[in-house]
Write a protein that binds this ligand. Structure first.
Ligand code: 5GP
Length: 218
């Protein structure tokens, strides 16, 4: 195994005792989780949510129609194109992108609020958005979730059954582009096992907080 095993410490929020540094957003790094469609981002981020409830998980706005079971305000804020564009024009999105024919964006205010309160914040977004975050907040930590293999990703995407053939093809084309950009990310985490990938992510987030505290108390 390459670093995704259990041989690293997993720290719980309640034990952390960190002091929020009001107004200094740079001390609380944003973590961006990207990765191709079908790699299991939602499952891994969902597992991370269970492991560490202190983390703020951004809820994106999207013009995509809800999938069966998706809840407005929980999985996404589902908006129409006019509402989305008004948010862009009003500077209310931290980043946004068009992906496979729909628009997706991160509401700015809740993320900034969480960071200002000293909570780590996590965005689950695609590559173009990750690049915008990097440009706007160079201190953000970028993590790419990788499939164990390309064949595995194709199997997961075609087996999901929530998209038609054209949409699956569009997502596979995007997936190829996203994986080609893996080198731009600070960390690459292979999702062979959801729990292990989530623990790996949590470890990256908490390890970083401890080093920031050490630096802060010098
Ligand atoms: P899906 O339609 O499968 O829910 O999401 C499609 C892609 O859009 C995924 O790669 C997902 O991570 C990404 N995505 C979700 N929310 C956002 C967002 O707010 N901004 C950006 N740039 N991408 C997002």
């Amino acid at each position: 195994m390459s670093g995704v095993g259990r041989d690293y410490p997993v720290h719980r929020g309640a034990d952390r005792g960190s002091e929020p540094v009001a107004g200094d957003l740079s001390r609380h790094r944003l973590t961006v989780v990207s990765g191709p469609s079908g790699v299991g981002k939602s499952s891994v981020v969902g597992e991370l949510r269970k492991l560490e409830p202190e983390i703020y998980f951004s809820v994106s706005v999207t013009t995509r129609a809800p999938r069966p079971g998706e809840v407005d305000g929980a999985h996404y804020h589902f908006v129409d194109r006019a509402e989305f564009d008004a948010m862009v024009d009003g500077g209310r999105l931290l980043e946004w992108a068009e992906f496979a024919g729909n628009r997706y964006g991160t509401p700015r205010e809740p993320v900034e609020k969480a960071l200002a309160e000293g909570r780590p914040a996590v965005l689950e977004i695609e590559l173009q958005g990750a690049r915008q975050v990097r440009a706007a907040m160079p201190e953000a930590r970028l993590v790419m979730l990788m499939p164990p293999s390309w064949e595995e990703l194709v199997g997961r995407l075609t087996g999901r059954g929530t998209e038609n053939e054209a949409a699956v093809q569009a997502r596979l084309a995007e997936a190829e582009r996203e994986l080609a950009a893996a080198g731009e990310f600070d960390h690459r985490v292979v999702n062979a096992d959801v729990r292990e990938a989530a623990e790996h992510l949590l470890n990256l987030i908490t390890a970083d907080q401890f080093s920031e505290e050490a630096e802060h108390h010098e």
